[in-house]
Design a protein. Sequence first.
Length: 393
Amino acid sequence: MADNSSLGSARKAKNDEFYTQYSDIEAEMNAYVEYDPDVFRGKTILLPCDDPEWSNFTKYFAANFTRLGLKKLISTSYAKGAGNRQMTPFELNSPLYDEEKHKTHGKLFTLTSDTDGDGTVDTDDIEFSGYLEGDGDFRSKEVKKLRDEADIIITNPPFSLFREFLAWILEADKKFVILGNMNAITYKEVFPYLQDNTMWLGYKSLNQDMYFNVTDDYKQWLLENKKEGSAYKVIDGVVMGRLASACWFTNVDHGKRHEKLVLDTMAHNLKFNKKLRKKLEKDYGKVEYPHYDNYDAIEVPFTECIPSDYDGVMGVPITFMDKYNPEQFEIVAFRKGDDGKDLVFTRERERESTTVLSHPCTTSIPGMIKNAEGKINGRLTYARITIIHKRLP
């Protein structure tokens, strides 16, 4: 569950045992409830691959079961051999406990009511409902059946399986809130859904790092091999794995995506925005919005520098999606690049004999400039999303 090689390798090596903090889950869910107080009311929520003893997703929804008005909470966890190293008391204390099945079978936990009669519905009322036939893989028929029963799917899937997990949700036409890597914005399996507003980014800002609880083995590895502040941070004496590019992907609405981005005119940006002026002077030798060599659009290096009075197509960073208001902007289109790869960062290459007008104004991913498509003075640009202002008639 990581966007860099160190955290990514460790995640694979440590069986994906990275746990989202309760506070991060709470902050995200509160944004949906603030926008629509009944968003979870009467709903069945599925938390795939979430052990109720160790997962904060299960803890959060169990603790807030009554407040949110949930109908049912379903959690599944992997078999011990598939990565779940510790046993929950829910399983151990259940008459359904089987030592052999614990090692090879996934587990099913449910919460529907106040089973212990203490007057509240909470974590103590979670029931171990038995073993799955398989190891708990979300792609199994039995977990698919649970998916089909659910109204909303919420979890933190392994980033390496993000494309497949998203497709698994979308094929069932379910509501969802899932964690992913910011770079997933650029995937051909993801961006079309962002472009047509089938899904969007969640409430959490892309400028905020996320820190995850990690295994003891990985904590030790971080301390021995990494510098604090890069791959980890010590918070209240606990070593936490750091992930700067984590973000939520969802189709549950929230107020942030309807906030209008306040912008200035092109002339004012070029005259008064010091960061923009420095960037343009350094990279292009003059203080003006550059035009792509082979695409009819201007380059906007920072989201806050989108000119309010420009009616043409603009190439903006992928972090723009954090501020994207579908009522204010339109993503022009979407298509895959000629090389079949995801977006790449800047690299120099020999200028080709092409001008702005020598090719049609199309890209291989409409809505996204990548690889050789977005050259300025013969130099490849960073990955860009192409947008245009929506103007009221």
